[in-house]
Design a binder for this molecule. Sequence first.
Ligand code: G3H
Length: 479
Amino acid sequence: PTGVYKYYLNGQWLESASGKSVSIINPSTRQTCYEVQACTQDEVNRMFDAAKAAQKAWARTPLWKRAEYLHKVAALMREHAQPIADCLVKEVAKPAKDSLTEVVRSADLLDYTAEEGVRFLGEGQLLNSDSFPGQQRNKMCLVSKVPLGVVLAIPPFNYPVNLAVSKLGPALMAGNAVVLKPPTQGAVAGIHMLQCFHAAGLPAGLLSLATGRGSEIGDFLTQHPGVNCISFTGGDTGIAISKKAGMVPLQMELGGKDVCIVAADADLAAAAKHIVKGGFSYSGQRCTAVKLVCVVDSVADELVAAVAKGVAALKVGMPEDDADITPVVSESSANFIEGLVMDAKEKGATFVTGEYRREGNLLWPVLLDHVTPGMRLAWEEPFGPVLPIMRVASTDEAVAHCNASKYGLQGCVFTRDINAAIAISDAMETGTVQVNSAPARGPDHFPFQGFRDSGIGSQGIRNSLAMMVKTKSTVINLD
Ligand code: G3H
């Protein structure tokens, strides 16, 4: 497609008064593939005005009807899955099959949100006063869940569709309006996705989409007085947002440095298989990617050999050809990853997969052994196809390393001993611990939350619905 993609306000696709656009660079070709509007602050103001007005009526729209809308959007997303997926391939170099999976997964998420929403949001509580000491049975408290108002949704480049829908779905189902700021890389996939909401006939103003430069509208959006909740997924920017945000609920998922602990009694072949998938899917550009393997010395040689075999089998190439390893999202990202690898090299890490190789944004997968706590790769997340291995004397040492990290998203442990697995899970200070599999957010109804700098609030369909409402009580006082 040519031309500049329009932004969305009051049920209409519009050109910005700025007359300016933002280019989206295809990570594979490093050429501009799309352009989107550079929205102005005034246009953002209008989005919040429209959202506030539309939300009032939406909050009174019956739950079953809100659910019906979401089911309709889900059906439209399935119908138009391919064009949306094609944008993901171009904008974020996600392999073709995974791009399609992301769209279908998002449609499933919307259907589930609608089903969960009618039940969860439809249930309240009734409390009688006489359960508290000294009280008579003369007060009844009716507790219900009411919407927050306007939710600002900011998804990241690595899941521009799924992590948009995982915010939009629960927010709308719970009776909120939404202003969506898609990531620049992924904005056009977001625009196509939003078109499904538009085509489903959602009331005008309820949903807006702002594209533009962070420097112009970034802080303006996150500090806007019209925001009643921020749902953000991304990097350290989230910490800056949380420091500046007003008194609004925050649902944030930031970085991760997910540690994979391999105990001496682990099924090493299975562990290696999960580590390769967990470390290198979408070229490691997942917050839940395995970002450090801590393997107990006695089985380290065997594990490293098995992982190396898996890494050697990965296909490196272009997303259109469904390669396993595709170009990372930007040149600056590739440079950052390279910096981490070079730091480890200088400090004595061993390249298990041969020489380091890079062409443009395409990085060949790197497996580094003998990584030590003095290397940046022991602590920082590359968000690329790089997997460091640290040899440890015991699983206790691995747990201590995991807990010393500023991140605490997920972690995993491979062992055949269920008692050891539970003890290690209890000891790991992360939002989720996977036993005998790699970290992952899905299935999307599972709770998902990060500890420490990895986030605030919880996700997963039910938890997101719960995040998007506040408690309202009506007390009936009887004579
Ligand atoms: O990148 C962050 C995502 O929340 C991870 O989702 O585990 O489905 O790849 P995923």
